[in-house]
Design a protein around this ligand. Sequence first.
Ligand code: PEP
Ligand code: MN
Length: 366
Amino acid sequence: MKLELQIHPLKDWFPNYSKPGLIAGPCSAESEEQMLETAKSIATFYPNAIFRAGIWKPRTRPNTFEGIGDIGLEWMKLVKQQTGLLTATEVATADHVEKCLKAGIDILWIGARTTVNPFSVQAIADALKGIDIPVFVKNPIYPDFQLWAGALERVNNAGIKKIAAIHRGFHSYDNGPFRNSPKWELAIELKASCPELPVFCDPSHIGGTPELIPYLSQKAMDMDMDGLMIETHRNPSVALSDAKQQITPFELKEIISDLQIRSASIENLELQSKLDELRSVIQKLDNELLELLAKRMAVSTQIGEYKRDNNVTILQVAHWKKLIEDSLTNAQSLSLPKDFIKGLYQLIHDESIRRQTDVMNKIIKK
Ligand code: PEP
Ligand code: MN
C-alpha cells in the first residue's frame, strides 16, 4: 500500500546532513556530568550529530529505572549550550511534548511502545499541531507495518513535515542472535511505499549487544538507510538502563569511521550493464522457481484429494519431520543457511496444508 506523506528532505533540517546522519547519546539521562561528558566526547568527532537521551523511560517492567524526569531537560539545555549539538528525546504523552517544547528540545521521537497505540500517537500528534519540530517515529514493538505507517501518517497529518522513521527491530519469540528481530523486510517495505521518507536504523535496540552494532550499522548503510541512532554512554557498565547494549563514545567513533558508505546509484555504464546482466539471470531463475512452486503445490492438492478419499489426516508429523530433516541436510551440502531453508519450508508447508484443508472441506472441487 502506498504511504503518502508530505516530507521535507533531511538536508533541510538535519545539521549539515551527510550520510550517515547520526543520533547518539545515552539510553537515559542520568546526571549532568554523564550527559555533558558523553556529549562533549561525541561532539569532538561528530559535531553534526544529534544528541539523544531518554528523560521519561517507557520500561516494559515496573520497578526499573523509569527516567530521571523533568530535571533531565535542564541538562539537555546545558548539552546544547556547551557542545552546540542539537538535542532529541522520546515523547510518549502530550505533557512530554509540552515540556520538551518549553525546554527547547530540538527533535522528538516516538518510541516503539508508543507507536503500537494509535490513541497515544494521536494525542502526541494533536499536541504537535501548528509546531515546526522534527519527529522520528520508531517502528512498533510488534512487526505490524500498518501501525508504523499509521503513526507516521498521524504525525504528518498534524502538519509535521520534518519527519523520519527509525527501524529498531521487532519483538518476536525467535529473535536469533538479536535482542529484537530486525525483519529488514519491513523497513524495506516502508522505503518502497514512501521512497522520500528518511529511514534511520537503531542497531543498539536491534542488537542488544555492542558486538552486533558494527555489523548492523553496515547492513543499514547497505540497505541505503539514511542514518543511525546509537546508544552511547561514557561508562556503559554502570548505565541505569540498557547497560548491556551501550557503547562508549570512543567505540562509536571507531564504528562510524569503519563504515563503508556505498552509492545507491550506478554512474559507471560498464558496471550497470554487468549488473543488468546478472539481474536478468536472477529474473529467469525466479521464474523457474515460481513454476516449480506451482507444480509442487499442484501435487500437494492431489495428495489432499487422496487423503480425503482415504480418510487420512492432513498433518502427519513424522513424515513432516523427516521431510524437513532431509531438506536441511540437502541445504547444508548446497551451502544454504539452515535458518533460511527452515523458514522457507515453513511457508511452503503452511501453503500445502492450507490447500489440503480446502480440498478436505470440498472448498476446491475435485
Ligand atoms: C530508547 O531509544 O531508549 C528506547 C526506549 O527505544 P525503543 O522505543 O526502540 O525501545
Ligand atoms: Mn534504550
